[in-house]
Unconditional design. Structure first.
Length: 224
């Protein structure tokens, strides 16, 4: 049977696009004195381009924004500190997140998160979503000194949960870093569709989180 379901965080549990846009709008308004010479929509669009869906840390994003838009009244360090301090207040979950987690726990499934990123920052976001209590293991790359797609971080997570790869699902939005990497570690790969990619070589594909319950129930009918 399925012993565990492990998840990526950004773009899988956390609706990162909505969260980032909410934060950008708030930061721009709060720092209007320093940023107001830039049209908000222009600033937001360029931030999102430079951010590259979260794969570029914000020190680089803000340094580039300051250079391009001649921002003089505030520093990169000020903007970065503000991002670290305030992003958690803008964390938006995907629909049905908590109901899905509760349903899986009621089925006796262990739950885990494997996320690339900064340790405290990602934990703050997990806590902001109100989901920490459901998880039996949370691995964040900075704290583990390992990053997806390195198979060792998947193996470490399964060891902590004391589960077998063939009886474990990994759910993520990135076709390579999440799905392909998890499958190489022997897990069942589930792709949560993302507009940034057209396809993934996944065992299962979902549009919404609540579809996981059907997948787990179906697999448990066939896996001993």
């Amino acid at each position: 049977m399925i012993q565990a379901v492990l998840f990526d965080l950004d773009g899988t549990l956390l609706n990162r696009d909505a969260s980032v846009m909410s934060f950008i709008n708030d930061q721009y308004d709060r720092m209007h004195q320093s940023l107001g010479h830039i049209p908000k929509e222009v600033y937001a669009e360029r931030f999102i381009e430079l951010d590259r869906r979260g794969y570029v840390w914000k020190d680089q994003v803000y340094a580039q924004l300051i250079q391009e838009f001649n921002i003089e009244q505030i520093t990169m360090e000020n903007l970065l500190e503000d991002y670290i301090a305030h992003f958690r207040f803008h964390c938006h979950p995907f629909d049905g997140l908590q109901a899905m987690l509760e349903s899986l726990k009621q089925q006796g499934v262990k739950l885990g998160i494997i996320s690339n990123g900064k340790g405290k920052f990602q934990m703050d976001n997990i806590k902001a979503l109100g989901i920490e209590r459901w998880f039996d293991a949370i691995l964040i790359s900075e704290s583990e000194n390992l990053r997806k797609p390195d198979p060792r971080i998947f193996e470490r997570a399964m060891a902590r949960l004391n589960v077998l790869p063939a009886h474990s699902l990994f759910v993520g939005d990135h076709p390579t870093t999440d799905v392909e990497a998890a499958k190489k570690a022997g897990m069942i790969g589930v792709w949560k569709k993302d507009a940034g990619w057209s396809e993934a070589a996944a065992d299962y594909t979902i549009d919404e989180l609540d579809e996981l319950n059907r997948i787990v129930q179906g697999l448990n009918a066939y896996i001993d």
